[in-house]
Design a protein around this ligand. Structure first.
Ligand code: PMP
Length: 424
């Protein structure tokens, strides 16, 4: 059953089996920043390095052939994991940030000009804001931001009102890394396409946690980072519709991305090679492929169902703490028909009256509990929420209900102690 998933997979994650201080068991609640890695992912990378390591593509020797096969097989695994129609639709990048920059600097630079409009939301991660702001500055592109509704979700009606004949792109997070809300991407795709715009989905916080099918979502681009989905750092991907990728100019120039080079000029390889200049992150891509295998074997519907339980438990537990303000929608809010709108992710960003988020995180670390404090790369959102920063607990498939209880007890004790210190 879903409710025992955390306990079942726990032993796959060796790192979790440690004391941070004597007698203080690690409680890792920072998976939205980066996830831990199961043994199968570590093993896949180690085995590659110990057995097959060589540069990929065009190598005539056996190791090069094996490395190429493993690297390209990782592409197949990612393609299947997100429901891509064609393996050539997966471009390996350093992470989601690089994938968004790639779209902005290729599709954006060739397609967008002065007066064209890009619609974002105020909840976007800096990596889905800054590349577009740079394009706005260099090309005269106009940015518009969809605001939050009263429940601190995306205001879909406001987003709709921002769309018009000059809208060329909507670029939006599937799940907010601060609010935890799940945005109705399917509806947004329909709205964007109705005005002739494309949709880019920042799926950093959704691909690791729920079944994703790019064709069902109806988006045009989707990006994610490997390290948040049980894979290593240094690898992520862009999925793009093949006809879009084929029409896009290259970004970085170098080896691997060419067809022919003469002293006079160059012709470019077809996608995805066109966008993978230089030696790629081979070992990391293989690790990401193994992460897809791992999650697929468990089943993403199972992961989603279990995390839904965790999300409810976390939200209820934290809500009981006096003076707490949790950002984002309530956990089981009855909403419109859109099922994707109906629940939130297993993460909560919050502040507690009179307590600095960073003090709280430091005190919790003394208990072995790892949470994040800061702006979580969503400064404009925090500004909207009237907070400089927040504390954030974010969960994954290996967390348990007991860990959430430990968090809530430790927070209550910390708050009591800090208040007592203040009274002295
Ligand atoms: N978008 C969202 C919603 C994120 O949570 C993150 C990572 N915090 C990113 C983009 C950027 O991912 P990366 O730093 O791995 O490129």
């Amino acid at each position: 059953a879903a409710s025992s998933l955390g306990a079942r997979v726990r032993s796959d994650f060796k790192l979790l089996d440690q004391d941070i201080w004597e007698g203080k068991r690690l409680v890792y609640l920072d998976s939205a920043a980066t996830s831990q890695k199961p043994a199968s992912v570590v093993r896949a990378m180690t085995e590659h390095l110990e057995r097959d390591n060589a540069n990929v593509h065009r190598g005539a020797h056996s190791l090069a052939t094996r490395s190429t096969a493993s690297y390209e097989s990782a592409r197949d695994k990612v393609a299947a994991f997100v429901g891509a129609a064609d393996r050539r639709e997966i471009v390996f990048t350093r992470g989601a940030t690089e994938a968004i920059n790639l779209v902005a600097n290729t599709w954006g630079v060739s397609e967008l000009g002065a007066g064209d409009e890009v619609v974002l939301s105020v909840m976007e991660h800096h990596s889905n804001m800054v590349p577009w702001q740079q394009l706005a500055k260099s090309r005269g592109v106009i940015l518009k931001y969809a605001r939050l509704d009263a429940l601190e979700r995306l205001d879909l009606e406001h987003l709709r009102s921002l769309l018009g004949p000059r809208t060329r792109l909507v670029s939006i997070a599937h799940v907010s890394n601060t609010l935890g809300c799940v945005n109705p991407v399917k509806e947004i795709a329909a709205l964007a396409h109705a005005v002739g715009a494309k949709l880019l989905v920042d799926a950093c916080q959704s691909v690791p946690h729920m079944p994703i099918d790019v064709r069902e979502l109806g988006c045009d681009f989707l990006v994610a980072s490997g390290h948040k989905m049980c894979g290593p750092t240094g690898i992520g991907f862009l999925w793009g519709r093949l006809e879009l990728l084929e029409a896009m100019p290259p970004w970085q120039g170098g080896g691997e991305m060419i067809d022919t080079v003469t002293l006079e000029g160059v012709t470019y390889a077809l996608p995805p090679g066109r966008f993978e200049a230089g030696t790629p992150a081979i070992t990391q891509a293989i690790g990401l492929g193994a992460a897809c295998d791992y999650l697929r074997t468990i089943g993403m519907a199972e992961v989603q169902a279990y995390e839904h339980e965790l999300a409810a438990h976390l939200h209820r537990g934290l809500s009981a703490i006096p003076g707490i303000r949790i950002y984002g929608p309530p956990v089981d809010v009855a909403t419109d028909a859109a099922a994707t709108h109906a629940h939130r992710a297993a993460l909560c960003a919050f502040n507690i009256e009179g307590v600095h988020a960073s003090d709280l995180a430091t005190f919790l670390d003394q208990e072995g509990i790892a949470i994040r404090a800061g702006h979580h790369c969503t400064q404009p959102l925090h500004h909207q929420l009237g907070a400089a920063g927040s504390a954030r607990a974010s969960l994954y498939l290996y967390n348990t209900h007991d860990e959430i209880d430990a968090l809530c007890v430790a927070i209550a004790e910390t708050v009591d102690m800090l208040r007592m210190l203040e009274d002295v």
